[in-house]
Write a protein that binds this ligand. Structure first.
Ligand code: FE2
Length: 478
């Protein structure tokens, strides 16, 4: 297996550590609290969030103990210092019950987890089964008849294929490889070495293809939170959102790759900002703001040290330098004059702001996608960026208030009120302004409305033409 492949598996292992420690934390919490208790629910939510990152990609999560090492879906999990104790304790607890593998499959419920945790926590092996605890623990769990939790016996000499089973062309592999390449570029930039964009360009070309083929799967990957590598994940996410927007406005593959490179490196200059400032939890002092205001210029300087000057690099320099600039001259760097930004930079600005808003940061909690889109719409006064935000909403299937939508009935309207139920973000209240023939009407429909048990209305994608986009508009600002 190549070095790159190993590194991808490495990243999975690291996100896997969060899942295992949060599951162990949940078991411990349920020793003290009932699942209906507020604290227990918070711990459960944390675990669920971790589990969903994997279950949105795999059908099941297999946590396997071999010796005192954990494997997640056959990938060995690297444990950091922070999780070290929890890992060892959990490994010990599993071994005491003779459990080698725990398999959680999609659809597991809170009650199932709580039931399993109760048996797990209460179990003490009797003298008779001292050497074969699974023979006692297994039937106790079987009695619960859990549909989505399975166990296998611990086999001490069990071997696990050491190589990762990831298919190189899968969207997960392509996504994680891009994260890895960004980390490599970060490393060179930090050591003042020349930046090599060749690998990044290749990775972005793959992203461009996989985004147009498997958009849905890509979107779930963008929800991964890896706080240890926040900047790298944020950079790749920004590239992915930017490529999605670029695709929707009909930009060529070449331009989509270029916007991807711009997304990957727009925040390169943040490396020059100390981690203590980057992860600062409260409001920043004027001194702390200084390096942040400089990060666009620092990033552009780092890109200047690219090995070969190519168009993608000059585009990236522009996006990097201007991505915090605003048309009302409120952003930074302050140049004392209005600067016309190119379309790729404007796309990156929207993608960057959106991704930052939907992830937890030490200084604030994540917004929902609908909240972020709505806030962006309210902050933006430029026509281009408003269009990009709406396009992003459309690509994600999230509909903030004010966005135009088309219904299965052919009617067209604007989102009037979003759905407070996060599971139904695609079912807001819509104020219809045109019927299927384009005639003006005015009525309000709630997309939650059902007839004979089935939803009457749903949102269908607009055609590019209906989005009222004139691609030549964009070409003119390229
Ligand atoms: Fe930035």
């Amino acid at each position: 297996m190549s070095d790159l492949g190993n590194q991808e598996a490495d990243l999975i292992r690291r996100s896997g550590a969060g899942l295992i420690t949060s599951l162990y934390g949940l078991f411990k919490t349920l020793k003290v609290f009932d699942i209906s208790n507020k604290s227990a629910q918070e711990v459960f939510a944390k675990f669920l969030n971790n589990a969903q990152q994997f279950l949105s990609v795999y059908d099941s999560v297999e946590i396997q103990l071999v010796g005192n090492q954990f494997f997640l879906n056959k990938n060995k999990i690297a444990v950091g210092l922070a999780g070290y104790d929890a890992f060892n304790l959990f490994a010990d607890e599993m071994a005491k019950r003779g459990v080698g593998t725990l398999i959680l499959s999609n659809g597991f419920t809170r009650e199932e987890i709580a039931g399993f945790a109760r048996i797990f926590n209460d179990f003490a092996v009797s003298e008779q089964f001292k050497d074969k605890p699974f023979d006692e623990f297994g039937p106790a769990v079987d009695g619960l008849n859990l549909q989505h939790i399975e166990m296998r016996r611990l086999i001490v000499e069990e071997t696990v294929a050491s190589s990762s089973k990831l298919d190189e062309d899968s969207e997960v592999a392509i996504f994680l490889k891009t994260v890895y390449i960004v980390l490599q570029v970060f490393e060179s930039a930090q050591k003042n070495r020349k930046v090599n964009l060749t690998n990044a360009k290749r990775a972005v070309q793959k992203l461009v293809s996989v985004i147009s083929e498997k958009k849905k799967n890509m979107i779930t990957l963008l929800r991964i939170s890896d706080l240890g590598n926040y900047l790298a994940f944020h950079s790749v996410n920004t590239a992915v959102y930017a490529i999605m927007i670029a695709e929707k406005i009909g930009l060529s593959k070449l331009k989509r790759s270029q916007v991807g490179i711009c997304g990957l490196f727009h925040d390169l200059g943040m490396l020059a900002v100390g981690e203590s400032i980057r992860n600062h939890a409260g409001p920043l002092s004027a001194d702390q703001w200084g390096p942040i205001w400089k990060h666009p210029a620092e990033g552009a300087k780092m890109l200047l040290r690219t090995e070969r000057i190519v168009e993608a690099m000059t585009r990236a320099m522009q996006a990097t330098f201007y991505h915090q600039m605003r048309d009302d001259e409120m952003g930074y760097p302050q140049l004392g004059q209005k600067k016309e930004m190119d379309v790729l930079t404007r796309i990156v600005k929207v993608a960057d702001a959106f991704d930052a808003m939907v992830h937890d940061r030490p200084y604030r909690n994540a917004m929902t996608e609908a909240q972020a889109l709505q806030e962006l719409l309210s902050l933006t006064d430029t026509v281009y960026e408003r269009v990009f935000i709406k396009i992003l909403a459309n690509a994600l299937g999230v509909y903030p208030v004010g966005v135009s939508v088309k219904l299965n009935t052919g009617e067209v309207g604007k989102v009037h009120q979003d759905n407070p139920d996060l599971d139904y973000q695609d079912k807001p209240v819509v104020r219809i302004y045109a019927d299927a023939h384009g005639r003006k009407i005015d009525k309000v429909v709630d997309l939650m409305e059902k007839e004979a048990g089935v939803f009457k209305y749903w949102i269908v994608p607009f055609d590019e033409k209906e989005l009222d986009l004139d691609v030549s508009d964009f070409i003119s600002i390229m």
